[in-house]
Ligand binder design. Structure first.
Ligand code: URP
Ligand code: ZN
Length: 469
């Protein structure tokens, strides 16, 4: 059956045009004028934008952090993503100590398969790095289509790796076409600062932020980039929170290094005044890196405009305030780190980016979809509205004005970081590989999402991520 979306404006990273879009099966078959004669079904989308489905390259669904497990699993998390305009997530399949990478990926398939409302791929997050694990990397690329690895320079005694291990991984990854992603904060330094704060009797959530200074991020980004340079390997820095961290990335890119930065809506739109709330509810904002002072917001927007930051991920890692964040009521270092956001990433970037004039509508497509597809081996299957690409399309109605609230969200968590924020526009309809999964803002009941085997990362000569612009 062929469906034609008529009367909308197709927006890609490279340009936009008023055009009909014809979908047949899972693919877009043509884009042009008067295509409705070739349709079994016609949907009038006059006044709407047609965006490539959002790709969120940074989610943590169904993740155990020792004392507790994230509030959202694949079922609730991807349902929320769909309603917000995201049609693909790349989640972090996280290795438990002693496990092989194949076991970790099998665990993640058990969590996700048959549960997901949108398509999904996995990065492998390594917690136990040794030669056997490194030797396994080539088989997870070939057999599982997992072509990105995450390493943590923070979370000492839990996830943190040392510099030698990071260098060895970068060297191996380069050979295999694997993109190394780093959580760049200096975990040794943070560990000392946390112990000092606790010895002084500091217990409140704000000490989470005070013990993770910008310098600990800036230093770790600089070190990770230096190791990538030594290995001559590309590097993706996740959740960049500070202008100083961005400055290090910009300097490296200016020298031609293949360094890609990701930031998150919370670092663009929220700031460290949230930690000044005098009660424990400040724990909602406990995440790593923490929220920074307001001037960082503007610096990060500038990084998106210049292309030095390639993507915006949600870093969705949700814990209820009641019963989960509360584990750290008497000790900030026991508050589970992370916040929700997979549902809001796309709409926030449209509203506070495009409508507010901080980025243009094509940059919006790049940072919410196209660049992630290119970096993580999904392009042009995803991240593009063009004949032959998957029919992952968000019909965005720019006239609607919902207000974000935990009371109405699909995320299964008892708060929203952006409570009370007005959003301009909604995902009126969403198509996933040709199937309508959101109709008039309402998500369906059947989890149609497929696992995505991804292509190896290709190092481009140009250091601009968006090769097509
Ligand atoms: O606080 C955060 N960001 N939690 C999620 C895990 C990570 O560091 O990405
Ligand atoms: Zn992280």
């Amino acid at each position: 059956m062929a469906t034609v979306l008529t009367g909308g404006t197709v927006v890609n990273a490279t340009g936009s045009s008023r055009a009909d879009v014809r979908i047949e099966g899972e693919k877009i078959t043509s884009i042009g004028v008067n295509l409705c004669r070739e349709a079994d079904q016609q949907i009038d989308v006059t006044g709407c934008y047609l965006f490539p489905g959002g790709i969120d390259p940074h989610t943590h669904f169904d993740l155990s952090v020792g004392a507790t497990v994230t509030a959202d699993n694949f079922e609730s998390g991807t349902r929320a993503a769909a309603v917000g305009g995201t049609t693909t997530v790349i989640d972090f399949a996280t290795q438990n100590k002693g496990e092989t990478l194949a076991q970790a990926i099998a665990n993640w398939h058990a969590k996700a398969d048959g549960q997901s409302f949108i398509d999904y791929g996995f990065h492998i997050a390594i917690s136990d790095l040794n030669q056997t694990v490194l030797d396994e990397l080539s088989s997870i690329v070939e057999q599982c289509g997992v072509t990105s690895v995450k390493l943590y320079m923070a979370y000492k005694r839990v996830l943190q790796i040392d510099d030698g291990a990071l260098l060895r991984t970068l060297q191996m990854a380069k050979e295999l076409g694997v993109l190394v992603c780093v959580h760049a904060e200096n975990g040794d330094v943070i560990d000392v600062l946390v112990e000092e704060a606790k010895a002084l009797g500091h217990r409140a959530p704000k000490y989470h932020a005070l013990t993770r200074p910008v310098a600990a991020e800036r230093e770790a980004i600089h070190r990770a980039i230096s190791l990538a340079e030594i290995a001559d390997a590309p590097l993706y820095v996740v959740h960049v929170s500070s202008g100083e961290g961005l400055g290090v990335i910009r300097a490296a890119r200016t020298r031609g290094l293949k360094i890609y930065g990701e930031t998150c809506p919370q670092y663009l739109l929220l700031d460290d005044s949230r930690y000044e709330i005098d009660d424990f509810s400040a724990a909602k904002f406990v995440m790593s890196p923490p929220l920074r002072s307001p001037e960082n917001n503007d610096q990060l927007w500038a990084g998106l405009r210049s292309g030095d930051l390639a993507t915006v991920g949600s870093d969705h890692c949700s814990f209820n305030l009641a019963g989960q964040k509360e584990l750290g009521r008497d000790d900030f270092s026991r508050i589970p780190n992370g916040g929700p956001g997979v549902e809001n990433r796309f709409g926030l970037l449209y509203t506070y980016g495009v409508v507010a004039g901080k980025i243009d509508i094509h940059q919006f497509v790049d940072i919410t979809s196209t660049n992630a597809a290119k970096l993580f081996g999904l392009y042009p299957q995803k991240g593009l509205i063009a004949p032959g690409s998957d029919a992952d399309i968000v019909v965005w109605d720019p006239a609607a004005q919902p207000v974000i609230s935990a009371r109405t969200q699909k995320q299964r968590v008892d708060y929203n970081l952006y409570e009370g924020f007005r959003q301009q526009g909604i995902a009126r309809h969403v198509f996933l590989r040709g199937r309508q999964i959101v109709r008039d803002g309402v998500v369906g009941d059947v989890p149609f999402g497929h696992y995505l085997k991804r292509q190896p990362h290709v190092v481009k000569e140009s250091h601009q991520c968006s090769s097509s612009r």
